[in-house]
Design a binder for this molecule. Structure first.
Ligand SMILES: [Fe+2]
Length: 309
């Protein structure tokens, strides 16, 4: 039997500025569904509370505003397996909300529930090429009013003080390393998904412990560019991207956010199964992306000299 963990169903944040974070998540493209909950198209999402909300799990004692990562699992058997495994060496509770809860070896609060994500009944972004036309005749590849909405919570990245210890913990939950940055940490895939990673661990000094970024899958690179451009036009600050990662092949664009971490859009991540052999790469710019672009104001030849941002 395997622990059929699919990926994070939602992340819980206890934030300083509830109003700014609410506006940010709406501008990012999530839908408010009440009670501080924000959803992507498949129902995965982010829950916002004020940092002093007594219903939140205890803060980790660093600057991070992430308070809980709740994983969606495929079946009750998996929940029982997780409960049995975790009960060996730590308290495990089942809340009134049915969520199984414990704390990982780094101090991150975790929850597990039968995933409530819905199927996304939308095609991936289609592209046409000589020899392989994928988009229907008369259907436009990009429009001013196209939706470009986050589809599903993709992955979360933790700063951890001991990435080997953290990796060993997640291995107990059935996560496997798909690729690794030497001296940094592993990309990890749980058993219930083929996504290259739903978790990436970055070794840092203990005072930095917390979330580095989270991201949602988009329908393709055009949606990443479209949604990212709209965020820039609303005044938010691009942090890194757009570009395309090497490990995972995912398109990326990262933004600063009032949630105290970066927030990313991604698309077209590699899928892997158990036959995949993890690569090992030196960290640094060359291995972090195949290419990196930078946003600039809209411009056309003949106009004033373009301004880089
Ligand atoms: Fe990422």
């Amino acid at each position: 039997m395997t622990m059929n963990i699919i990926g994070p169903d939602y992340l819980v944040f206890g934030v300083d500025d509830l109003e700014a974070c609410t506006q940010y998540l709406l501008d990012y493209g999530l839908s408010a569904v009440g009670d501080g909950r924000f959803e992507a198209l498949d129902g995965t999402g982010v829950h916002l509370r004020h940092r002093d909300d007594p219903s939140l799990p205890v803060a980790m004692g660093t600057a991070t505003q992430l308070r809980e990562t709740v994983y969606g699992v495929g079946d009750e058997d998996s929940l029982r397996l997780i409960e049995r495994e975790m009960s060996q060496d730590r308290p495990v509770t089942r809340g009134e909300d049915g969520i199984l809860r414990c704390i990982d070896d780094m101090g991150f609060a975790l929850g597990f529930r039968i995933s409530q994500r819905r199927d996304v009944l939308l095609p991936a972004e289609r592209s046409n090429a000589p020899g392989d036309a994928n988009r229907a005749v008369n259907l436009l590849g990009v429009t001013e009013d196209m939706a470009a909405l986050p589809r599903s919570l993709s992955h979360v990245v933790y700063f951890v003080p001991d990435s080997a210890k953290a990796e060993a913990f997640y291995a107990r939950l059935g996560f496997v390393c798909t690729d690794r940055f030497i001296g940094v940490g592993p990309f990890m895939r749980p058993a219930g998904t083929q996504d290259h990673h739903t978790l990436f661990l970055i070794q840092t000094p203990p005072f930095m412990k917390g979330v580095e970024h989270f991201t949602f899958h988009m329908g393709g690179p055009t949606e990443v560019m479209t949604a990212g451009t709209r965020l820039v036009e609303k005044g938010y600050q691009s942090f890194w991207g757009p570009g395309r990662h090497k490990l995972g092949s995912n398109w990326f664009w990262y933004f600063n956010s009032p949630l105290g971490c970066h927030v990313e859009y991604d698309a077209d991540m590699d899928l892997h199964d158990d036959s995949w052999v993890a690569r090992v790469a030196a960290p640094g710019a060359d291995n972090s992306q195949y290419f990196l672009l930078t946003h600039r104001e809209k411009w056309a030849p003949g106009g004033a000299e373009p301004k880089a941002e």
